[in-house]
Write a protein of this length. Structure first.
Length: 510
């Protein structure tokens, strides 16, 4: 129904009014679960309560509590304040129940400790309009609220929020013009970790037909490691790691405990191993219940056989962090050797990398091993596990270099977001394109991204051959895209026998 104020759609919880924007109808800030505060704090999401009348769905819901230091140059978390963190947003060409358009559900990244769907970089208008699809974005709990492994609370609450949002899509999206039987989940970085986790979670089975995983992080925690990290977080506020104790601390104040631990994680290298240098104390936890196994193990066993997968990564993932840390061109031989020993595949990792890349200097080796360990090889191996388990996968690699920061960023982490969404001047896109304008080749590549992703959501075919373990054909996304064997063959061979198992607790606290 359309009124003078805007179109009205009835969800299971109540009616919402959206706005007409540029040929689309947009609904923002629709609750899919109750605010996770009070008795609901640190618990699994609960269905949103029904409301009377028509709710104006004009504004994004408030971001979940998170570390303010990562929210732009002001150090402030943008968006409205409030406890109604768990909301969805819908961009639709028409809220027509008979339309049955493909649905794409975006999961944001942010190291599992930051991010919100209201970020300007996730404005989905171009995807919805260009692809004639319905796009849904949503907030989920991050950081301590979403991922700390504390007693008296289920593990992976941020992932449970993602399942609840997909259940909302299943139950409500037809009224917005979407087809609940044609749902594609897509996400980048920690969002891709969410996508990979959903493929392995029994509670998510049947909620989506296709999945797109962009730069999947390889960091999943063992239950023992996650509990040890949570205990150290709780120590920062002088409390035990229990839901009852931590509930006494305001959720917006509790974020500082995670931030304080992040700054000194290297002190725990003897206990936490590879986790310690990452300054990211949160990841999905292989707890045996919510997440029974790693995604790689689950897919190899056939868990994703009925889901079509598109997975890939960017060539120079780690370059972003080198540049942002002021390290570009300054990496020493000692730093490179330390990274190779810490992140290389197995005890002979340093020697193997030096042999595989004999001409590489310390900067290239430092970046290459961290790109491979954290994003490149986990993404490729997710596709390979899918194929090994009897499923179907397509693979891509983005090699087009970002023009911002003097052109030194390369095809770095996060570049795929502004290209996919067409949001060149928002969030990370501001850095990646800053000062250079948006070249025509970027706009052409951006259109190609959206065309491939939405075609995949519609048909399961992004426009190139499915990946197999013989030819290993992938789509290389650059000025002149081409389909060819996976370009990073040297890295693939280094990692082909490595298992991405949950990061272990090396020794208990003494």
């Amino acid at each position: 129904m359309t009124t003078a104020e805007g179109p009205v759609v009835r969800t299971e919880a109540g009616a919402v009014r959206g706005r007409e924007e540029g040929g689309l109808t947009v609904f923002r800030g629709i609750p899919f679960a109750e605010p996770p505060v009070g008795e609901a704090r640190f618990q699994a999401p609960r269905h949103a309560r029904a409301w009377d009348g028509v709710r104006e769905a004009y504004e994004f819901g408030p971001p979940p509590p998170q570390e303010a230091a990562f929210q732009g140059r002001t150090g402030e978390i943008p968006g409205p304040m409030g406890d109604d963190w768990l909301t969805v947003n819908v961009w639709t060409p028409a809220a027509d129940p008979s339309a049955r358009r493909p649905v794409m559900v975006w999961i944001y990244g942010g190291a599992y400790k930051m991010g919100h769907a209201g970020s300007p970089g996730y404005d989905a208008q171009h995807i919805a309009r260009d692809g004639d699809v319905v796009v849904v974005t949503f907030n989920h709990r991050v950081g301590i609220e979403g991922f700390a492994r504390i007693d008296g609370a289920p593990a992976n609450r941020g992932l449970l929020d993602q399942v609840a949002a997909l259940e909302w899509v299943r139950d409500n999206i037809a009224a917005f013009g979407g087809d609940p039987a044609q749902v594609t989940v897509f996400g980048e970085s920690a969002g891709a970790g969410g996508v990979a986790s959903l493929l392995a979670m029994p509670s998510a089975r049947g909620l989506f037909r296709r999945a797109v995983a962009q730069s999947v992080p390889g960091t999943f925690f063992s239950d023992e490691l996650a509990r040890d990290v949570a205990a150290e977080i709780a120590k920062e506020v002088g409390l035990p790691p229990t839901a009852a104790a931590l509930s006494a601390v305001d959720p917006r104040q509790l974020t500082s405990a995670g931030e304080q631990l992040s700054e000194k994680m290297r002190q725990y290298e003897d206990r936490w191993g590879q986790l310690a240098p990452t300054v990211t104390p949160f990841s999905p936890v292989v707890d045996g219940e919510v997440l029974p196994t790693t995604p790689w193990q689950a897919l190899a066993a056939g868990a994703g056989r009925d889901v079509e997968l598109l997975a890939g990564h960017n060539r120079d993932e780690w370059r972003l962090f080198v540049v942002m840390g002021g390290q570009f061109g300054k990496i020493t031989e000692e730093q490179a050797a330390g990274a190779l020993r810490t992140f290389g595949p197995g005890p002979e990792g340093e020697q193997a990398y030096r042999a595989a890349f004999p001409e590489a200097g310390p900067g290239e080796l430092y970046e290459r091993v961290q790109t491979d360990w954290l994003f490149g090889m986990p993404s490729l191996r997710l596709a390979e596990a899918q194929v090994a388990g009897g499923g179907r996968a397509h693979v891509y690699e983005l090699t087009w270099p970002a023009p911002g920061a003097g052109g030194v960023l390369g095809a770095c982490h996060g570049l795929d977001i502004p290209l996919l969404f067409g949001t060149y001047e928002a969030d990370l896109g501001n850095l990646l394109f800053m000062g250079s304008g948006v070249p025509d080749q970027a706009r052409e590549l951006s259109a190609r991204f959206r065309s491939a992703w939405t075609a995949f959501a519609r048909t399961g075919e992004p426009g190139w051959s499915a990946y197999d373990l013989d030819e290993r054909l992938v789509q290389v996304l650059d000025v002149k895209p081409e389909v060819r064997p996976y370009p990073e063959e040297a890295s693939r061979r280094l990692w082909e026998t490595y298992d991405f198992e949950p990061l272990p607790l090396l020794r208990p606290a003494g």
